[in-house]
Design a protein around this ligand. Structure first.
Ligand code: ADP
Ligand code: ADP
Length: 232
């Protein structure tokens, strides 16, 4: 479902150049949960942002659902990105919109009718366990609830892939556990492919099928989580 072929991302030029990601090859099969783990500054965030072209790789190809995103023009990216949802460490909700309106936003942008939006948002809020908070504003929610809203919003366009950028790093251990359980649930129910980055081994242990370890921009190792922990 996701194929990164020889991805390099360099920020800046000449003496100031930083090679954030170097010649990384990585494949995530449909329905899999892949974790990318590494220290702060290892290049995890850059790598995951290359998957939906929030960062354009300096070299290499990014294939999502067999489509090469690196050959697309800026104007062609929004359509391709509907296959790729993303959630973030700090949730990135719009504080002036209610829970319902945050989740509805991508559907409004896609031109869906009011009646269809109502139906879809209701279904999504049920999926993430927030039906009773539809009219609340983000400021009134706990961290875990905010991340549930962000997950519902990311799933609204019915993507095939969900990217999680340190999605539980701002949450306490119990809330982290409940969000990971929700992600696993969604993975099973919807067959969603998940690529997540984290600096916490526990996150990988809890929900990932496979893990990739990156250090200083390079892929050090990649394999099944069960194998990895049996041999670590
Ligand atoms: P991680 O997510 O693993 O913490 P990042 O991908 O954020 O790693 O960063 C990898 C390297 O790239 C770091 O050295 C960081 O300082 C550098 N970097 C990240 N973003 C930029 C940017 N926009 N401009 C210049 N350097 C950057
Ligand atoms: P927090 O612990 O920060 O309040 P959680 O992520 O644990 O956040 O829960 C967020 C909301 O989702 C809460 O209102 C909770 O009642 C509800 N919730 C949690 N798990 C489920 C579930 N499996 N089904 C339905 N609702 C749930």
């Amino acid at each position: 479902m996701i194929k990164l072929i020889n991805i390099t991302k360099r920020y800046g030029d000449g003496k100031q150049a930083v090679h954030a990601v170097r010649n990384i090859n990585l494949a995530v099969a449909a329905g899999q949960i892949m974790g990318v783990i590494g220290e702060s500054g290892a290049g995890k965030s850059t790598l995951i942002r290359c998957v939906n072209m929030l960062e354009r790789p300096t070299n290499g190809q990014v294939l999502v659902d067999d489509q090469d995103l690196t050959v697309l023009r800026e104007s062609q990216l929004p359509a391709a990105r509907r296959k790729i949802g993303m959630i973030f460490q700090h949730f990135n909700l719009l504080s002036s919109r209610t829970v319902f309106a945050n989740v509805a936003l991508p559907l409004e942008l896609a031109g869906m009718s009011k009646a269809d939006i109502k139906h879809r948002v209701t279904e999504l809020l049920e999926l993430v366990g927030l039906s009773n908070r539809a009219n609340a504003y983000p400021n009134a929610l706990s961290g875990g609830q905010k991340q549930r809203v962000a997950i519902a919003r990311a799933l609204a366009p019915n993507p095939k892939v969900l990217l999680c950028d340190e999605a539980t790093s701002a949450l306490d251990p119990n809330t982290t556990q409940s969000i990971l359980t929700l992600l696993k649930d969604i993975n099973r129910k919807l067959g969603l492919t998940i690529l997540l980055i984290t600096h916490e081994m526990q996150v990988v242990k809890t929900i990932c099928d496979r893990v990739a370890i990156i250090s200083d921009g390079e892929l050090i190792e990649e394999g099944e989580v069960a194998w990895f922990f049996a041999n670590a």
